[in-house]
Every structure is written in structure tokens, then in C-alpha cells.
Design a protein around this ligand. Sequence first.
Ligand code: FAQ
Length: 315
Amino acid sequence: MENQLTAEEITKREMEFDAKIAKGIVVEPKDWMPDRYRKQLLRMMSQHAHSEVVGMLPEGNWLTRAPSLMRKAVLLAKIQDEAGHGLYIYSAAETLGTDRAEMIDQLLSGHAKYSSIFNYPTLNWADMGAIGWLVDGAAIVNQTVLAKCSYGPYSRAMVRICKEENFHNKQGYQIMAYLMKGTKEQQEMAQDAMNRFWWPSLMMFGPHDTNSPNSGDLMKWKVKLQTNDDLRQRFIDRTVPQAEAIGLKIPDPDLKWNPQTRHYDFGEINWEEFNNVIKGNGPCNRLRMKQRRDAHENGAWVRSAALAYAEKHGK
Ligand code: FAQ
């Protein structure tokens, strides 16, 4: 820890640390690291883990109303995967010295963030397609890069998570493609889901680079290898042709292929909406927190039974 070292020693260690990062050497839990690196990682990893867990709620809303047994089984498997992702990331975050219970307390007391996207309602079955395709699609674009980040436990968790997110992404796209081959009502349902989830999916990548206070540290230390805007662009470039292939329209009048840059130009995100959602005033923030707190209280007996079992069997 830094407080046991003199200022000179800290400077020397920080220079060694920066040189190690520059060489692409992966940082492991027992290695020395600057306090700020540890804090930034914890902030990002805890919000990521909370996102996976809160992210189960909008899809959980449709478990009892899936249109067939096969769709229900697939959705259930996907939601269980998200719970697993939360656990991998909480475990990886614990290697930085913060207990999982503490991170969960921060979430339940409203002090920790989770992704803005999960504060939007899921109003029709096509929303399950839009979440798998767009939300998991955005998560993959971000996480494929995070799988190469400088912190070993986080990068290794991302490798497995990305494999599972790929399956989620394909099942979501398949739901949308299936609906687009269906009746006029089904096509309208898919387009409605697209209209509501497109812009919030772009917001998942965070503020513009010029308004992103954490990017400087994170890029310097190779936690982030690409900026918020670069990843957002990459997501748009890969998603627009997928939408076109099944006949869905992107709800952005300014969206246009730019032959010079070889990227899509697109309209401005509603940052006022984004800021409101991350401040807790989105359409479902209060509901999500209530659902999470209720689930935590209702699960108390499971945690105490598991603890009693572990104590009895010396685990
Ligand atoms: N929502 O300085 P930056 C998933 C906050 S997983 C809420 O740019 P940073 C799987 C940010 O925390 C989705 N808050 O921040 C799934 C910071 O506030 P703070 C989650 C946001 O860290 C699918 C402030 O704004 N993925 O979907 C958001 O450099 C389906 C300033 O921002 C990850 O978490 C936002 N969208 O970049 C599950 C990936 N954007 O903390 C279920 C890991 C920004 O200083 C179903 N995280 N903020 O108070 C990251 O890559 C980064 O943390 C960013 C933000 C890109 C999210």
C-alpha cells in the first residue's frame, strides 16, 4: 500500500509500473500498483458487475410470457449466464481488496453505478430480441477490447464472458430476424423495439471522449484500449448492415455512410437524457433498485443456509 512508502519510493514504483504497462506486461493481484490504478479498476469493475446483475431484471420480466417453451428455455439460460458474469467480475474485483458484500451494499444503497441501459422498460417480446442483439452486441464490442486490458483477473473474466455474449447476441438477432419475416404486426413490434433501444444502446459507451473524466487514467494504464467514441463508432459500423439485412430502419435521420472516412456518420445523442438516467432519474431506475433490494432480502435465507453448510463442512 502506498501509505507505507515514502514519496520518493512511490514515484520510483509508479515509473516502474508505467514501464511495465508500456511493455504490455499484465498486472496480477499481488503485484504493486498505484492506489489510483486500483481505485479506477474497482470503480469500473464494480459498475460492470452490478450491470450484469441488474441487467437480468428487464429480461426477467418476459420469462413467464415467452412465446414458446424453446424461447423460454433460451431466455432463462441467457439470464443465468448474466448472473454468472456478475459473479466472475465480482470475484475479479475482490482480488483488488474489496469484499463483494461491500460492493453490493454500495449498489443497494444507491452509491454505485450500473449501466444506464437497464433503466429502460421492456414493453414487448421484441425487446428481448433488441436486448440480445443491440445491448449484448454493444457489450461485446466493449468487452472484446477489455479482454486485452492490463489487469489479469479482469481480462481473463472477459474472455469467457465474450464467448457467452456472442451466443446472446445471435439469439437476439435471430428473434428480430424471425419477427421481420412474420406478420405486419410482428414487423412493427420489432421496429418499435429497435426505435426504443437504439439510442440507449449508443449511450452504453459513455460520454464523448472530451467529457469522459476517467478515460485519461484508464487509457494511460491500458485498462481501456479504445475510447468511448471509437467503440461507439465500431458498434454502429457493424450493426447498421445487420439491421438493413433484415429490413429494420435505424431511427436516426442523420445516419449516413461516409465514403471518405469509411464509417457511418450519425446524429447527436440526447446527453440530457443520458445524464438524467445516470443520476437515477431514468424511466425505471427506482423500480430496478426496488427489485434488486427485494431480491437481496428474499435471498437472505439462501445466503445464510450456504454459509451454515460451508461452516459445517469446513469450506
Ligand atoms: N451507464 O469517464 P467515463 C452488459 C459513468 S454489461 C452508467 O467515460 P469510464 C451485459 C461512468 O461510470 C454493460 N454510467 O467513465 C448484459 C462515470 O461515472 P463515475 C456494462 C455511465 O468508466 C447485456 C461517468 O459516467 N458494461 O450490458 C455510463 O471511463 C444484457 C463518466 O464516464 C461495462 O460496464 C453508462 N452507460 O467509461 C447484461 C463495461 N457511461 O464512475 C445483461 C465496463 C459512463 O466516475 C443483459 N465499463 N458512465 O461516477 C466500461 O467500459 C466503462 O466504465 C464505460 C464508462 C465505457 C461504461
